[in-house]
Design a protein around this ligand. Sequence first.
Ligand SMILES: Nc1ncnc2c1ncn2[C@@H]1O[C@H](COP(=O)(O)OP(=O)(O)O)[C@@H](O)[C@H]1O
Ligand SMILES: [Mg+2]
Length: 257
Amino acid sequence: MSGWQAGFDPERGVFVTGTDTGVGKTVVAAAWLCQWRAAGVDAAPMKPVQTGCVGRGSALRAPDLEVCLDSAGMKAAPAEYARMAPYRYRPACSPHLEARMAGETISLRRIRSAALALLRNHERLVVEGAGGVMAPIGGGRTMLDIMTMFGFPVVVVARPGLGTLNHTLLTLDALRGRGLPVAGIVINQAQPGKMGFIEKDNIRTLGRLGRSPILACIPFGGTRKGLSPRVFPAGAGPERRWWRVGRAARIEGAGAQ
Ligand SMILES: Nc1ncnc2c1ncn2[C@@H]1O[C@H](COP(=O)(O)OP(=O)(O)O)[C@@H](O)[C@H]1O
Ligand SMILES: [Mg+2]
């Protein structure tokens, strides 16, 4: 790794990725942030590349970042907000396409300086990727390059249903290929549906073949607008066991509400 890429202490953050878009990365990032803060750690959220922004110019709002800030009851002044979401684009499409349409190149140096500035004021970062590990960011690079630059332990959010074995194992393989530490897998049911024999076996199989701990299994729940991290049980931080993985693959303490 070249000199300018180094510089992050792996203990000072976590990177939340997923097997796809819409799998629950933001929900998990927000929950992780809330748990760290509830444990007294001054953690801050970061979304290096945010798609689907609303508003205009420097007032462009980053929806995933705002879920994290709101969940943790945090406010960010404009300068800090810009560091937390350095690349904000309106269209909800792949980062490489957004950057091209905006006529700019996503710079790892810029993301790195924003993160280092945040780490001067906060103890840890919860960084959420865009899409999955191979989502292109332009210039032949992918999200993996951003993740490698951080070097933080990676949490992989995955679906419980059919297809998840291939997607999750490929994701883990790509992370290991870059020498990235894997914190574990969170299986999240972002869509309604029952946990049938396939889903239950997928969890067991990922536990066996993934060579990473299953940190949590989150059932479908929440409000009509989605799952609010506020429903997550307080107290058990990610450093202990986050949610107990029950045989029926439910999170302890978080009923549907
Ligand atoms: N376990 C869940 N139960 C109910 N809704 C969920 C759950 N997980 C995620 N969602 C909802 O699904 C949508 C996609 O989740 P999100 O965290 O934004 O995914 P990603 O960040 O991977 O794109 C959001 O509306 C979110 O609130
Ligand atoms: Mg998201």
